[in-house]
Design a protein around this ligand. Sequence first.
Ligand code: PLP
Length: 411
Amino acid sequence: RADAAALRAVRKSHKLAEVCYDIRGPVLQRAKQMEDEGHRVTKLNIGNLAHFGFEAPEEIVVDVIHNLRGAAGYSDSKGLFSARKAVMHYSQQKKIAGVGIEDIYIGNGASELIVMSMQALLNNGDEVLVPAPDYPLWTAAVSLGGGAPVHYVCDEQAGWLPDLDDIRRKLTPNTRAIVIINPNNPTGALYPTAFLEQLLEIARQHQLIVFADEIYDKVLYDGETHTSIASLADDVLCVTFNGLSKNYRACGYRAGWMIVSGEKRHARDYIEGLDMLASMRLCANVPAQWGIQTALGGYQSIEELIAPDGRLTRQRDLAYELITQIPGVSCVKPKAALYLFPKLDLNMYPIEDDQEFILKLLEAEKVLLVQGSGFNWKQPDHFRLVFLPHEEDLRDAVSRIARFLESYRKG
Ligand code: PLP
């Protein structure tokens, strides 16, 4: 046996150098360790609806079970016909023009397709504009694909809308695409149509592909409606992502989709690349694909939960009210999705390393949040809170956060 010191270190690939996914990072590891030690940790870190008693609609579950026996074989690489047909109808409802079955790919969650869409596109040196803050898979997928993520700022003062001037400043001859997350995770922002049109104009002028992550497009409060950016232009190449995870509370099924629309004539080669990657992974989880048609064809979405007195609306209102009562904490009220992204006044709370801050909070109060830097937010002054727990648990968790901040302020 060789001496340990003589063994050549097995290192992760350089492609992972810029990849981070702190939502399931070191702080979560510490939380798990604390649970193993017998502590009860309140987890406000992940948008996992099922863990908080938001069950997947019965009809979807029944249909997945019903089809389970026949679902042991591979499907077409791009997905079952019935699932893709249902997504095609959904894109018609969303007014995305000219989408046929061949423009639709079913994946193991939107996540797999996000990674695939970047792998198929990028060469070294290619740049992709990604929002800050972002859902960190996007930054990671660009890096893993060999590209360079370039972050454009979303402006908290403007309700977290992307700053169009910042986007223009960050364009270079190497910019290939722009990512928008609408409705947004982590900020809860929902982008108005006029804004989407301005963004499309930039994409049109600079021949950028628009990657639109719309996984929360039904999780909308206060009667808001969602517009798919792809519905506003048939002369820009758009790739739209969605799935069963959030709207249908079935994230464990790993069922998502991707729709290629708009100007495709110059994108044959890219589409060939997507087809190739879809074939290489054979197909997405087939049992879950049987739930897609049922989900999109029925009435079992999220309406009841987002009604004015629905559970999600009540929890959003409560979490917002309680968190903004804490001195030195402000927050843009989310119009959509499942999260608050509050700001801490650094004059009051002198945080230098937000991961360390969140770790101290966890150890002191057994409440698990995610630090803003986990969403590629550069200042150590934000965190993300998931408002999925019941009202009583939310009250308890936010009062613990308040108590921790009070002691942090006093040093
Ligand atoms: N996109 C956003 C903005 C998300 O918040 C998430 C999950 O939290 C995903 C994509 C991943 O979705 P899926 O479960 O379909 O992989």
